[in-house]
Write a protein that binds this ligand. Sequence first.
Ligand code: MRU
Length: 362
Amino acid sequence: MRPFRTIWTTEDRFVEVIDQRKLPHEFEVVKLVSYKDAERAIKNMTVRGAPLIGATAAYGIYLAVREMIENQLDGSFIDQAFQELRASRPTAVNLFWALDKMRNSLDESSDFLSTSWEEAARIVEEDIEICRMIGVHGLPIIEKIAEKKNNEPVQILTHCNAGMLGCIEWGTVTSPIYQAHSKGIKVHVWVDETRPRNQGSNLTAYELTKHGIPHTLIVDNAGGHLMQHGMVDLVLVGTDRTTREGDVANKIGTYLKALAAKDNNIPFYVALPSTTLDMSIRNGLTEIPIEERDQNEVKYITGKRSDGQLGSVLICPETTSASNYGFDVTPSRFVTALITERGVCNANESGILSLFPEFQLT
Ligand code: MRU
């Protein structure tokens, strides 16, 4: 049976991933046999989501080492692979974290092939455990709300996909939701469709369906209205990079949800694997690079046509130009708390350091 992870290795020691661009309509697996394949998969969003981008890049380095050995190339080939993978997407910091981890382990090794294979596998296993623990620490937040709801479902609004598809298993946002559901707590998720790539409608709705979690798809602009009418108990989103002072970069549109949540006194939580912390920067607005993507992602919508084939349609005049910022930054003052693998903390430096003292500046 095929393991239901988002990335796995094959018997011939290559790497496979799900082609997420085709979900939810087609489940297609893509084999990565070179670092260029890994780079392409990250760039064109065959894989996406901060932790999965990191894991794919880590295996990209393993593949580069293998290519170097098999083709008797010199070490500059590996350096080139590091450089190109680093440039594949700019915002999610897990990419750089994973590549630094791979570099450090290679620097200390004389057996590059087994070191890179083992280190990439460790990154994958670590992510699974981190996500499971985010669920353990996030669950009491949902339980507490459930106690006051008289057997009515806890209403959770989420943006983008911070589910298992963005990670390896569990997901970050979905981990507490899945764990609450397993405990018999009633939950219902409002899923923002998340234009332009529709990770909400294509991916979050898909995995919630697979897990049997009640959910409803909404257009990106509906959240504020739902919040004003008491239809949301908490907002729970993921992150691609969180600064030392708790500013949170996440998929474009997250900030507007945070503003609406604040205005309506609704808790706004961020599920945060420590691998997404960037403790080298403080101010998210000025220091986090925001990815700008191809305008055609805005001008066209992709989906399943009535003839059953996947296809794209143009939704504006051909000559209209579009801007496509991939992420925005929610300042820490709008974040109720961060849910991490070590517990829940305030979105500020002292909160983060209370759980992660190893990041204390000396
Ligand atoms: O552009 P994407 O699909 O890579 O953006 C993903 C997100 O914004 C996720 O919410 C974030 O990476 C957290 S994934 C656990």
